[in-house]
Ligand binder design. Structure first.
Ligand code: URA
Length: 206
């Protein structure tokens, strides 16, 4: 999707609640609700089927994602794909998105105002996708769903959480970049993904 900078800052004032993901993304790619629009190549709305069993939620696009318009295509994406393979799940059957849709300069951490401005896009995606399980990757994704929760304390435990007027089943995991930084964590990560695959196949993700 090409970059569009034609909207004035603050567009859209209210995040829409359309009937389809495509309609939602058509507005999202024009978003100027926070200042990240000034430096992006393009918005990265997320990718995957419209009725996925799993929604993976990461942090924000990096350089590769900003260039390609697709989440998790860099090194973290390679690890995520390797873990999906371990779980017996293909990338094509899951939806992947981020809590922040535009690359922060130099990949700095998202700011509170940016997270707030972007929040409604995820609420609408969750409503439209209605996944059986939401998997948060890392701190910012987890805290989007459970304010102040700590990944190290809750990782690997499937739980029901109230979200946007409904309820979701959330599996918090660490971010793939944390495993790239500390490969000693990889066996545990693989086991968590294997369990996710078993959960889906047994139907207990319902
Ligand atoms: N790429 C993404 O799309 N999200 C992340 O959180 C990290 C890399």
């Amino acid at each position: 999707m090409p970059a569009t900078r034609s909207e004035p800052p603050g567009f859209p004032a209210t995040i829409p609640s359309p009937g389809s993901l495509q309609q939602l993304h058509e507005v999202m790619v024009r978003c100027t609700r926070c200042s990240l629009f000034m430096n992006r190549t393009q918005v990265v709305p997320g990718s995957g089927p419209s009725r996925p069993d799993i929604l993976f939620v990461g942090e924000a696009p990096g350089a590769s994602e900003d260039r390609e318009g697709i989440p998790f295509v860099g090194r973290s994406g390679e690890l995520l794909e390797a873990m999906l393979e371990v779980a017996g799940i293909s990338r094509e059957e899951v939806f992947i998105a981020n809590v922040i849709r535009c690359r922060p300069p130099k990949n700095r951490n998202p700011r509170a105002a940016e997270l707030r401005a972007c929040r409604g896009w995820m609420e609408e995606q969750v409503r439209l996708l209605n996944p059986r399980i939401v998997v948060s990757l890392g701190r910012y994704a987890l805290q989007h769903f459970v304010a102040k929760a700590r990944v190290t304390e809750v990782q690997g435990r499937l739980r029901k959480v109230a979200y946007s007027g409904g309820e979701i089943r959330l599996l918090p995991l660490v971010h793939p970049s944390a495993v790239l930084r500390d490969p000693s964590f990889r066996p545990k990560y693989e086991e968590q993904f294997r369990r996710l695959g078993r959960l889906l196949r047994s139907g207990s993700g319902d």
